[in-house]
Design a protein around this ligand. Structure first.
Ligand code: NAD
Length: 500
């Protein structure tokens, strides 16, 4: 059995704990490898390596750190095909989508190639008589990232890009379901010139996560995953005095106003609902047509578009999407489809029971569509994370606005309309972190930042962009005055200094 190892101190290190998890091929349903699950020993070795390497890395001038990032960007481009195939073979997303996963992470690396500029502080000359004030951003030391299965390249790169470029050492604990790409990323970083120990990959499960949260050397933890775990991780890490940012799950709505270009909206919604088998935190699993006429027309067009979808193995270039990640996850999605029926929603297209010839054991699910879904149904309230689209009909703009606003999750939302004023009001009022106007998946570009509200995000700073740099650095502010004459005491005060 092939073993997927840790990556510590610049090299692959086999597991020593005796604990492993199976890694599946979602196309065939077969176990293809096993991944080592870390015990405290492996985590300690990674943290010790990081702590040894970090001071020299932080002392290196930022332009030289940026050059490593430039090299890394070129290596990611050079190895794009290899990485995409590796990613797809464990995750199940189609190759073109796997390339998108890598590309969105690569763009964060491009952003942090500007780290000398991003780290520049502020300066005030003459804040008082002979007094200047300046601030600087300093790295935290050893920091960590804990990532979900659904973007095994992009999310590690969101985190490690700003963390490492800013001068920290980074411990990555990737998802145990698709752990190979993170190890390749670490190897490519070494090839790019990163010193050993600055990025370590510790494979593992809850035990490794708790080890990270409790370890006194780790100063900050960035987490992305499901909401209950995000909240528990946030609480435990904060209680241990760490800086925490924990992104959670989502249930994103697409609002369709009567004046929307319906054909374009349907094309957008279908791609965003079923792409990557719905396993995206920025997927669009709920669509809200406003008014009866919009609902009828939208439903008809959605059904036609669904009829044209092709589900296939992840290497099928014609497939719109591939299998879901595990048999367990497939069964969970099927339970939610059954729940939707039990709760009284209308199952318009049933994706269960899809079998692909030659891949009968693969974790495939056809596209599923529900209509007449109501806000009090559990199948609506919960994140399903599969190829299931729910139509929730609204009578008015106000009702459509209130649905995502009142929902427990607050990651993304989209509105489809030709009315700029309505879109503007919607963007202003809706209680959601990322809004798309005629844009179905509004994941911000690398020089803005990514973050949801409510149960989609715990902590205050977003991922990547300037927020990423802020999260992985701390501000030091220096107030300075230089004596005019050596040894002469010119003033003394027992009250708080002010700049009168
Ligand atoms: P998950 O919560 O199961 O796992 C995330 C990470 O937590 C993994 O590294 C996993 O090993 C670890 N983990 C699992 N159980 C744990 C426990 N009990 N204690 C401590 N750590 C634990 O999430 P997933 O299934 O890998 O990913 C899908 C979820 O992630 C979805 O809810 C999705 O919406 C969310 N997600 C959110 C964003 C975002 O930015 N908001 C982005 C991508 C995915």
């Amino acid at each position: 059995m092939r073993e997927i190892s840790h990556f510590i101190d610049g090299q692959r290190v086999p597991g020593r704990s005796g604990r492993y998890a199976d890694v599946f091929d979602p196309n065939s349903g077969q176990v293809q490898a096993r991944v080592a699950l870390a015990s405290g020993g492996e985590l300690d070795a990674a943290i010790a390596s990081a702590a040894r390497a970090q001071p020299a890395w932080a002392a290196m001038n930022p332009q030289r750190r940026a050059r490593v990032m430039f090299n890394f960007k070129h290596l990611l481009e050079k190895h794009m095909d290899e990485l995409a195939h590796l990613l797809s073979s464990e995750h199940g997303k189609v190759i073109a989508d796997a390339k998108g996963d890598i590309q969105r992470g690569l763009e964060v690396i491009e952003f942090v190639c500007g780290i000398p500029h991003l780290l520049k502080g502020d300066y005030t000359q003459g804040a008082g008589p002979g007094i200047d004030v300046y601030s600087m951003r300093q790295p935290l030391g050893v920091v960590a990232g804990i990532t979900p299965f659904n973007f095994p390249a992009m999310i590690p790169l969101w985190m490690l890009g700003p963390a490492v470029a800013a001068g920290n050492a980074f411990i990555l604990k990737p998802s145990e379901r698709d752990p190979s790409v993170p190890v390749r990323l670490a190897e490519l970083l070494m090839e790019a010139g990163l010193p050993p120990g600055i990025v370590n990959v510790v494979q593992g499960d809850r035990q490794a996560v708790e080890g990270i949260l409790d370890h006194p050397t780790i100063r900050a933890v960035s987490f992305v995953g499901s909401s209950d775990i995000a909240q528990a991780v946030y609480n435990r890490g904060s209680a241990a005095g760490k800086r925490m940012q924990c992104m959670g799950g989502a249930k994103n709505h697409g609002i369709v106003l009567p004046d929307a270009d319906l054909d374009q909206a349907v094309a957008d919604i279908i791609g965003a609902a079923y792409g990557s088998a719905g396993e995206r935190c920025m997927a669009l699993p709920v669509v809200v047509p406003v008014g009866e006429r919009t609902a009828l027309a939208l439903r008809e067009k959605l059904v036609t578009a669904i009829g044209g979808l092709r589900v296939g193995v992840s290497t099928d270039e014609q497939a719109h999407y591939g299998p879901v990640v595990t048999a367990q996850h497939k069964a969970r999605i099927e339970r939610y489809i059954a729940l939707g029926v039990e709760e009284g929603a209308e199952l318009v297209v049933d994706g269960r029971g899809l079998s692909l010839q030659g891949h009968e054991e693969g974790y495939f699910l056809g596209p599923t569509l529900f209509d007449h879904v109501k806000a009090d149904m559990q199948a609506y309230r919960d994140e399903i994370f599969g190829p299931v689209l729910q139509i929730v009909r609204a009578d008015s703009f106000a009702e459509a606005l209130s649905l995502p606003t009142r929902h427990a999750y607050g990651n993304g939302v989209a509105i489809f309309t030709a009315n700029g004023d309505a879109a503007r009001e919607f963007a202003d009022q809706v209680e959601i972190g990322m809004v798309g106007i005629n844009v179905p998946i509004p994941v911000p570009v690398a020089y803005h930042s990514f973050g949801g509200w409510k149960r989609s995000g715990f902590g205050d700073l977003n991922q990547y962009g300037m927020d990423g740099v802020r999260f992985f650095t701390r501000t030091k502010t220096v107030t300075q005055r230089w004596p005019r004459r050596q040894g002469a005491v010119v003033d003394q005060s027992f009250v708080i200094p002010t700049m009168r």
